[in-house]
Design a protein around this ligand. Structure first.
Ligand SMILES: Cc1cc2nc3c(=O)[nH]c(=O)nc-3n(C[C@H](O)[C@H](O)[C@H](O)COP(=O)(O)O)c2cc1C
Length: 263
């Protein structure tokens, strides 16, 4: 067989690389919109999963379809979820136009927290944060807070559903994390997530979430104490800290206070 010259081999390899990179970048570009739409759909499904608007089937599985997302995010539906924004410092609700204008005028601006206050280990604190109001038969039933904080390997991002007075936890779910499957990844275990329902989040004004290594003391089932995840103390601690942070004075605390006053 005739030997090819070095120039031919390099030229051929370059041509293959160029053709492949055109294909890959073309695919990435053309799929970008679809990926964004799927990410949004997934977020909304997670919101609905803690909204209480859809219940699990007989097999115990909670299946949320794209049609459910359409229905429950429609402003005309009597049972629905509505996105709003809270100014964290004051706890007051703010309209979307104000938040959009602020965010585009102050791109990436947020408050760096001293380590002592930053128990959730967030990169920095935004001025406004999302809140979802859950309506059942046109009246507010729950509110859903957007929470995040460091676990062992990753930042856990999730939704915390609270009763309409902001006092009792109704559900917790994480839509993004990279903790180890079977260890910290057990934050996704439906049995563990169920433990949160009905827990009292505050003792007076203080958030009182405590994830207890092993099993939480039995008998008092609503005191904010939850069984730890076995072999995942660091992830469990991360969840405890992030919840106490977002329920506290730097997080949604001022907003929750307005809810408990019934406003
Ligand atoms: C490969 C590997 C993955 C681990 N993943 C996690 C994890 O996701 N979350 C966590 O808290 N600990 C994880 N750990 C364990 C921690 O290193 C640490 O030992 C543990 O958090 C101590 O918790 P324990 O007292 O419940 O055993 C992992 C350990 C290994 C070796």
């Amino acid at each position: 067989m005739a030997q090819r010259s070095n120039g031919y081999i390099i030229g051929f390899a370059t041509a293959v690389c160029v053709v492949c990179s055109v294909f890959v970048s073309g695919a990435a570009l053309s799929l970008k919109d679809k990926q964004l739409a799927n990410a949004e759909l997934d977020l909304k499904k997670n919101v609905i999963s803690v909204s209480g608007l859809k219940t699990a089937g007989e097999d115990g599985q909670l299946v949320i379809t794209p049609e459910d997302v359409d229905t429950f995010f429609k402003p005309e539906s009597a049972d629905r979820v509505e996105l709003g924004y809270v100014e964290l410092k004051t706890g007051s609700l703010t309209d979307e136009a104000t938040v959009t204008a602020y965010r585009s005028a102050n791109k990436g601006k947020c408050e760096e927290l001293p380590a002592k206050e930053n128990i959730a280990k967030i990169s920095c604190l935004p001025k406004y944060k999302e809140v979802f109001k859950v309506y059942k038969n046109n009246s507010v039933e729950r509110i859903i807070l957007n929470v995040e904080g460091k676990g062992l390997w990753s930042t856990l991002k999730g939704f915390l559903a609270m009763s309409k007075d902001g006092q009792i936890i109704q559900g917790l779910t994480f839509y993004s994390h990279a903790e180890t499957p079977g260890l910290g990844g057990e934050v996704d275990n439906p049995k563990w997530k169920k433990l949160w329902e009905g827990e009292k989040a505050f003792n007076g004004n203080e958030p009182q979430i405590k994830i207890v290594k092993g099993a939480a003391p039995s008998g008092v089932s609503t005191d904010g104490k939850i069984d730890g995840l076995s072999g995942a103390t660091l992830t469990s601690n991360g969840v405890e800290y992030l919840l106490n942070f977002w329920l506290g004075p730097k997080g949604y605390g001022p907003y929750v206070k307005t809810l408990s006053k019934g406003s």
